[in-house]
Design a protein around this ligand. Structure first.
Ligand code: NAD
Length: 314
């Protein structure tokens, strides 16, 4: 308790600065106590981790917004790709739509624009590396950057058994999934490295985790995508570029609708531990979460929204 004839002088300096990538806050508080002709000077010096301590920084970290981000979603003319584009846009991202089907791609562009975001379409086959890469570069120039790449374009394995998978079928499937993912990523990486920021989200499959009793070429291609994800996570980490994969379980889209009868779908749906199939939008939730700043410290992971059908290590 201060005496009535004790006077108080107080100086306060607060500054934040970064040491080895940790933001430090430092505060210097000097208190001078005067009594009559004598004075005592007390100086207190505090250092704190400002990222965990200040309210505004905490809010910034917990934001799930994608405002000011530019996303490229391959194969976003229909199916899950379109849902990813739509959810990314509704969270604030501008979207570069891509597909080899022009009509579908343009429809997705309209969906994104209706949400108030910028959108343009690339029409290209992911297997045509020269054409697709040069169109990605043109769009990167037009949008100023690409922060998020979702490698989604894909074709199904059509329940083929080994004897029915010839070289043509094998090559087309591997080229679409692996070559497409590989070279689309190769096109966006230089820009991401320049800006020290990026999110690569590859679409794998539960077949890469639990195998499949048909379409082994599809399971192998999706396993390759999981492998790329883990290697790229290590390779790009110095530039703060995160690379993760989403491995959906069975999702009812145009890809899967044709190869399953209603009876087969009903039986499989009932067998799901969570009681129903996962929906496209529920895959997009994972994609958008991995694309957000909430996941700045998550890389090299494969997460699988699959209604509990495959639980690794179970
Ligand atoms: N549907 C499922 O059950 C399921 C499960 C696990 C993983 N996946 C994966 O999710 C992704 C999306 O699947 P979907 O079910 O939405 O399929 P979909 O067939 O509805 O959509 C795929 C899109 O990719 C485009 N595409 C295909 N090959 C292309 C190419 N060479 N160049 C450019 N565009 C191309 C198609 O035109 C289409 O618009 C695929 O990678 C698929 O393998 C799907």
């Amino acid at each position: 308790m201060l005496d009535s004839n004790i006077r108080l002088g107080c100086f306060f300096i607060n500054k934040t600065f970064s040491i080895t990538q940790i933001t430090i806050g430092a505060a210097l508080v000097t208190v001078i106590l005067y009594k009559g002709n004598s004075s005592v000077l007390v100086t207190l010096f505090f250092v704190y981790d400002s990222q965990t301590c200040t309210k505004c920084d905490r809010e910034k970290i917990m934001e799930n917004t994608l405002e000011d981000m530019v996303a490229l979603v391959t194969g976003s003319g229909r199916g899950m790709g379109r849902t990813h584009a739509e959810l990314l846009a509704s969270r604030g991202a501008d979207v570069i739509v891509h597909d080899m089907d022009k009509k579908n791609a343009n429809e997705t562009v309209e969906v994104v624009r209706a949400l108030g975001r910028k959108a343009e379409a690339i029409i290209s086959d992911v297997c045509d590396v020269k054409d697709f890469s040069s169109k990605i570069k043109q769009m990167e120039y037009k949008f100023g950057k690409i922060d998020i790449l979702v490698n989604n374009a894909g074709i199904g394995g059509n329940k083929l058994v080994l004897e029915d998978i010839d070289e043509l079928v094998y090559d087309r499937l591997f080229d679409t999934h692996v070559r497409g993912t590989f070279f689309a990523t190769r096109s966006v990486i230089p820009g991401m490295k320049e800006r020290n920021y990026g999110k690569i989200i590859n679409i794998s499959s539960i077949y890469a985790m639990g195998g499949s009793n048909f379409a082994s070429h599809y399971a192998a291609a999706k396993s390759a995508i999981s492998g790329l994800t883990k290697s790229w996570a290590r390779e790009f980490a110095p530039w703060k570029i995160c690379c993760n994969a989403v491995a959906p379980g069975f999702i009812l889209t145009d890809m899967t609708r044709g190869s399953n009868t209603i009876e087969m779908l009903e039986a499989r749906s009932k067998a799901m531990p969570l009681g129903r199939f996962t929906k496209s939008i529920e895959i997009s939730y994972s994609v958008c979460w991995l694309a957000s700043r909430e996941c700045d410290m998550i890389t090299g992971q494969v997460i699988s929204p699959n209604s509990g059908e495959v639980i690794v290590g179970y």
